[in-house]
Design a protein around this ligand. Structure first.
Ligand SMILES: CC(=O)N[C@H]1[C@@H](OP(=O)(O)OP(=O)(O)OC[C@H]2O[C@@H](n3ccc(=O)[nH]c3=O)[C@H](O)[C@@H]2O)O[C@H](CO)[C@@H](O)[C@@H]1O[C@H](C)C(=O)N[C@@H](C)C(=O)N[C@H](CCC(=O)O)C(=O)O
Ligand SMILES: Nc1ncnc2c1ncn2[C@@H]1O[C@H](COP(=O)(O)OP(=O)(O)OP(=O)(O)O)[C@@H](O)[C@H]1O
Length: 537
């Protein structure tokens, strides 16, 4: 559900220019670890273009291969003089149609799947079999293998990636600085910047890992989306740990079937992204977790977690309420009581995933567990809005039918009054989940307001029409296109003891329409509307 800010080119370009900046001469010379391979030794010296390509990777070339480059880009609009431009085949267009633009902007070299017949004399053209894969390989070399200087944890799964990544970072932070790449922000060690993609392009990932390394991070946590795996954004990245949270229906616009969605996720664990992780941390409560555990190659160690009695890291005697979650944690060699302000059963799973990861990395739960008390939570994940109202309001990022069902089911169990929900379905994304989200809402909530949630290039009428295919209880749903008005109506009917879930946008601070992005933050709007209501009364 991220990647939405792509319209905001000023933000993205500004950040990318910074994130993808070449390692400075100072940092190049500041190797903390002795280079171990011949390839790495080369990058101790001033590299030239050909050094970024391994044996057999160049099929054919035109022009000088011994020239230096000032950076790597895959979007012609971001080219600055001296850059190496990668012309990637895309889903909508072919990057090779932007070669002229890239050269006009100052690209000195171009990597492409096919050499042009008439190439400008001053520019080097390099033909490779798979430009996208080559981009990852070149980026890794250009940034001097930052993944080899750090222990990188990759977290994948349909839901929970952000929550688990933030938890892992928090639990490990005690010993050392931990970098983070994910849906909400990128923590680069020396500074934190807003995220533009859950799993950015390979060149941005290696650029950011290099910044973390140079800022002294020895550990990094990354959310790894299925798009990221499929588009080879993490190709060759040496993960120390890969974590699997769960798999439910999502992104079928892209993957077509649940099986192929799962197959893409498995690549992170089986070596399908170039290198199998040393450790696989797997949720045994999820049927796909069981399947995945059977696929882990010899040479990787598996650590399992869940409420499943066969899990190594286990939760027993789980107790849930509005204020906190408690359970007895059992691990090989120990047990202790855990209390967390993260509410809901799925957060037991997220907590176990993070605890299992820290344990797998050799940390002692008795030592790191006190840190849980200071975990600030994750923005827009069951975030409670307290503005003096006599009922509960929570803002949550649930935007799949499964996440909605879980979120509402959990709130239902602890809400004495009625359960109200504001929700919508994103435009230009998996249409098949729309009626399913409506069903989930009808099953669990007493009353729902269906509204806009990033309609993008689609009309709301079309999105609502798809959603209405799932209606079985029409009296339960009010359709209001304007999201602010929908939230206002929900607040108007809420009574003491009720609970209102504003679902779908979580931490997002914008709403995306066909050709514009407007500021829109559910949390701020809820606060404003409650303040207005209070003033009126
Ligand atoms: C659906 C999808 O994943 N699309 C990705 C795909 O885009 P595409 O194939 O359509 O690219 P294209 O527009 O055809 O362009 C082809 C090439 O020409 C280049 N180009 C294009 C225009 C131009 O003027 N100059 C130029 O050089 C582009 O940079 C690109 O390299 O390849 C591009 C890079 O080559 C990605 O940036 C783009 O991600 C888009 C922006 C995106 O939003 N993806 C989302 C769905 C995504 O990846 N989301 C996941 C999270 C999912 C979740 O768990 O919720 C994420 O990791 O963020
Ligand atoms: N372990 C889980 N199982 C099921 N649902 C979950 C789980 N963790 C979180 N959720 C639900 O999914 C929403 C998104 O959670 P989170 O951001 O941690 O997942 P994500 O995998 O990063 O999502 P995305 O891929 O869309 O960025 C939450 O707001 C919550 O409603």
């Amino acid at each position: 559900m991220i990647g939405y800010l792509t319209h905001d080119h000023s933000l993205i370009n500004a950040f990318r220019a910074f994130a993808a900046a070449p390692a400075s001469a100072a940092s190049r010379g500041r190797a903390r670890r002795k280079p171990v391979t011949a390839e790495e030794r080369i990058f101790k010296m001033a590299p030239k273009l050909s050094d970024y390509f391994g044996a057999g990777e160049i099929i054919a070339s035109k022009g000088a291969l011994d020239r230096p480059i000032s950076g790597i880009v895959m979007d012609s609009r971001r080219v600055v003089p001296g850059n190496l431009f990668f012309a990637l085949p895309g889903l909508r267009t072919d990057g090779s149609s932007f070669i002229d633009e890239a050269v006009t902007r100052g690209a000195v070299a171009v990597v492409t799947a096919k050499l042009p017949v008439h190439a400008p004399a001053k520019v080097t053209f390099i033909q490779v079999a798979d430009p996208r894969a080559q981009l990852a390989r070149v980026a890794q070399r250009y940034y001097r293998f930052p993944d080899r200087d750090m222990s990188v944890v990759g977290v994948t799964g349909t839901n929970g990636k952000t929550t688990v990544s933030h938890l892992v970072k928090h639990l490990l932070n005690g010993d050392q600085r931990v970098g983070l790449i994910g849906t909400i922000n990128y923590d680069l060690g020396a500074r934190t910047v807003p995220s533009f993609k859950t799993t950015p392009e390979s060149v941005d990932i290696y650029g950011m890992l290099a910044q973390m390394r140079d800022a002294g991070c020895r550990q990094a946590v990354m959310e790894v989306s299925s798009h990221g795996i499929d588009q080879q954004r993490v190709l060759g990245l040496g993960f120390n740990v890969a974590v699997f949270t769960n798999l439910t229906r999502d992104h079928l616009d892209y993957h077509k079937t649940l099986d192929s969605y799962f197959e893409v996720k498995t690549r992170l664990f089986t070596g399908g992204t170039g290198a199998a992780p040393k450790l696989a941390v797997i949720n045994l409560d999820d049927p796909h977790g069981e399947k995945l555990a059977a696929l882990i190659p010899e040479g990787s160690r598996t650590v399992t977690f869940g409420e499943n009695p066969r899990a190594q890291i286990r939760a027993e005697d789980v107790s849930l309420n509005f204020k906190n979650t408690t359970f007895r944690l059992v691990w090989p060699g120990g047990a202790m009581q855990v209390e967390s302000p993260l509410i809901g059963r799925y957060n037991v799973s997220n907590l176990l995933a993070a605890i299992a990861t820290a344990w797998a990395l050799g940390r002692d739960p008795v030592v790191f567990m006190p840190r849980l008390k200071t975990f600030p939570g994750v923005a827009g994940r069951m975030e409670r809005i307290e503005a003096g109202q006599p009922f509960n309001v929570l803002v949550d990022y649930a935007h799949t039918d499964d996440a909605l069902r879980n979120a509402l089911g959990m709130l239902r169990a602890i809400t004495p009054g009625r359960l109200l929900v504001v929700f919508g379905c994103g435009g230009n994304r998996d249409r098949s989940k729309r009626p399913l989200m409506v069903r989930a809402v009808q099953e669990q909530a007493d009353f729902a307001f269906a509204t806009a949630d990033n309609p993008r290039g689609e009309s709301l009428a079309q999105i609502f029409a798809d959603m209405k295919a799932g209606v079985t209880a029409p009296d339960k749903i009010t359709w209001i296109e304007d999201r602010r008005r929908a939230i206002g109506h929900a607040l108007d009917i809420a009574q003491p003891g009720d609970c209102l879930l504003v679902a779908g946008k979580g931490h997002e601070s914008y709403q995306e329409f066909a050709d514009t992005v407007i500021p829109f933050d559910d949390r701020q709007i809820v606060r404003e509307l409650i303040a207005v209501k209070t003033l009126k009364n």
